[in-house]
Design a protein around this ligand. Structure first.
Ligand code: HEC
Length: 124
């Protein structure tokens, strides 16, 4: 009787320890943004356009990196987001430097907003 009891006690300890593990590790991991529908929609739109000729996620090229843009507009209001979206459509410079972004007149506002939302999800 006694060994069985000890065995059960030991197993339940192991079980409790294992049961705790996923909870504590998911607390330390950040949320996976790539599973966000807004991420997928925006990424698809950005990939279809010419954005990658001037922008990279981590490095500044002709344009600022997406991470820098994400950090700048992390707490942006809807009005600011649509202003940035208008910048993608109409082009222009002066915020990050003198080099202007080329206009993208074929992009509709909703798609431009979706692109900005995707970029904002790339914040570290
Ligand atoms: C010819 C190069 C070029 C292309 C192509 C380009 N960009 Fe840009 N982009 C820039 C430059 C340069 C800036 C900085 C403009 C400034 O200083 O105001 C910029 C700025 C931005 C900003 C920040 C705007 C702001 O006011 O802070 C966003 C967002 C952005 N680009 C997204 C995009 C997206 C999305 C695409 C594709 C549809 C794209 N860019 C294509 C060069 C480019």
């Amino acid at each position: 009787m006694k060994p069985i009891f000890l065995f059960l006690a030991a197993t339940s300890l192991v079980w409790m320890a294992c049961g705790d593990a996923p909870t504590s590790s998911s607390e330390t991991n950040s949320v996976d943004v790539t599973k966000d529908p807004a991420y997928k929609t925006g990424l698809a739109l950005v990939s279809k356009s010419d954005c990658a000729t001037c922008h990279k996620v981590d490095e500044q090229m002709t344009g600022p990196s997406y991470r820098d843009i994400a950090a700048k507009y992390a707490k942006a209001t809807d009005a600011e987001v649509s202003q940035v979206a208008q910048k993608i459509i109409k082009g222009g410079g002066g915020v990050w430097g003198e080099v202007p972004m080329t206009p993208h007149p074929a992009i509709v506002e909703a798609d431009a907003v979706a692109m900005v939302e995707y970029i904002r999800l790339l914040k570290k």
